[in-house]
Design a protein around this ligand. Sequence first.
Ligand SMILES: [Fe+2]
Length: 339
Amino acid sequence: MSAHPAIHHPHSEGEYEDLLSLWSDLESALSVLLARPLQVQDFPGKVRQFDTWLQDLVAHDIDAALYLMFQHASTSTVGYSASHALVCGTLCHIMALELRLPQRERDSLVRAALTMNIGMTALQDELAEQRERPTAAQQEAIKSHPEESMLLLERLFISDALWLDVVGQHHASITERVPLAGQDPEDRLTRILGTIDRYAAMISPRKSRAGRSATDSVRAIVGQEVDQRDEVSYTLVRSIGLCPPGTFVKLENGDTAIVLRRSEKANHPLVASLLDRSGSHHVQPTLYQTASGKPRIQSALARSAVSLELNHRTMVRLGLYAAQHSAGLRGLVTGPGAL
Ligand SMILES: [Fe+2]
């Protein structure tokens, strides 16, 4: 188990350079935890520690966290299970803030997200690499994994009933017709986790298919038009956006750009244009505030549609620099010392 690296709040732009390695470290540590949970000393304490770590990283700067998370999820070298757990945990944390969930529910939700598939970690990694349909034995294991995960968590001394219940029913379909506030905590959290789980699974590339774009993933979940019918999807789109930081977009001038930060206007992020319409690299990335006019975003692009090596440190710093020098984005920069 790797040690918990020191987390600093950034007091200068330079410290953002460390964020990327902190994400990788968290992902690696989580991958060990999920792969060999019975060999971990004080499993509940480790999960709490990783949760704190995750919150610190997001508190630094939500946009940088989303950027690194989405970039990382699509290029990650650790197994799919750990990468998926981290994406779900982070998105559930952000959703809990948006939905103003009570602290207790927030904790159960995020920890359930990090551990929901712990009963089939190896199989989940295997399936992500597999091109063929699951075998009958694999299908059987997939079917029983929520229950298996719950039983394993009990063996690992998890005693939070809400966390356990949500893991145990995380693939159950919960009605979306009832307002979230009117549901039992168990159903409310299962509903949120279910939407996030489907969204994160669709966005990630796996051997059997390339990942979809974030926009397609949201639309596949909520239908062609995102409206207020379902509070969870609506909140996901409003807070994270159809084109979240770290995803690629096609601009209406034909350029290929990467989303750096959200702006105050939902779904009108700050983007850095990287390629022109013929696919040639720009000498330097051009920044566009899509909220203030042209060029607009034409469509989202799946990661697999773009073959580009990016310097994430430069991109995160570029986004931060632009945010610091733009009134429209300023209000969204969070974390002490970020301004
Ligand atoms: Fe699952």
